[in-house]
Design a binder for this molecule. Sequence first.
Ligand SMILES: [Zn+2]
Length: 372
Amino acid sequence: MNDMMLLAREITKREKETGKNPERFGGFISRISKAEIHIHVESLMTAADLLKLNGKYGLYPDCKTEKALKEALGIKKIADLSEMIEQFLTIQSFIKEEDDFSLIGDSILPYMKRNNIFYLEGHLAVSSFVKRGFDFRRMMTSLDASLEEIARTEGRETGILIDVSRTFGPENAMNNLNLLLDYLSSVKKSRILGIGLGGAEKSGEPVLYREVFEKARKAGLRHVAHAGEESPYTQIYDTLEYLKPERIGHGISAFQNETLMDELAASGMPLEICPTSNLLTKTFATRMEDHPIAALMSRGIMVTLNTDDPLLFEVELNREYAQVYSHTELGLDDMITLLLNTVKATFMEEEAKDRLLARITGEITEELANFK
Ligand SMILES: [Zn+2]
């Protein structure tokens, strides 16, 4: 164990006796550079963005303020994952014309800055746009231009995974993959890295998407899949078997099965955990105190920390870290492990990953020296 982790353990031990210091942690976490790897970029648009689109198209004519609009959309009032997906599709439907699409790309950098994020990997769910006649190539070109601008002006890196989506069935998913392959074959450089499988977990068994993932894998695309946010641990097994993903989105139901937890730990399979999302979709916990994140980490599983949907869940990455620190048994040392795991689980090139890890380690070491 290196000096930084030894010191973090020491502080954690002390905090077990004296109690945690959420205020000090809040300052600490906001100053540390971070990565995030499970976030749906449509949900980086703000309520102010939606209000503008609402004014342009008169979607909810009575809503003149952000508060009224959030109320009308039922933000944070969902009953389960299916309702959340409905809400997500409603938010997407605010983007009526291709010209509005650049709002999504424009919303990424402000979020990264607010949370001191230097590498962000997000999902984009293209199905509803494609179905409404948006041109896939033009959407990707616009997004790639936004991401290039973020790198050029801010030195922050990004990657996008196209959500082939289980909400609209396997044929639609294959169509999304084919559109992506066609786009990637025509450009020299792109930050669109591969595919993800999102959407209502109960509506599509992983086996249905086996061919889509096989094709993506053979084409050298990165590939991840949501499983185990509302589905039982058996769906995580099926996802691993049929889709062979490089990471599991959520995967929290793994806590139901000892053997699966051991297998996940042994294989180093990263879980992209988004606690607030899990609490609001309510399947396995409704209070942070009851979330299985600490149980999964204590088994040695590679857990990463993410927000999923900032707009819909009113969550930000800094706050997510603060909530987990304040309301679970995880200590400062565990929070550092989460910070580092999330970078290690990214699809960055090794050299860039090492650079970011070194930078974060340096920042943490400096901060810990002030933890008296
Ligand atoms: Zn997600």
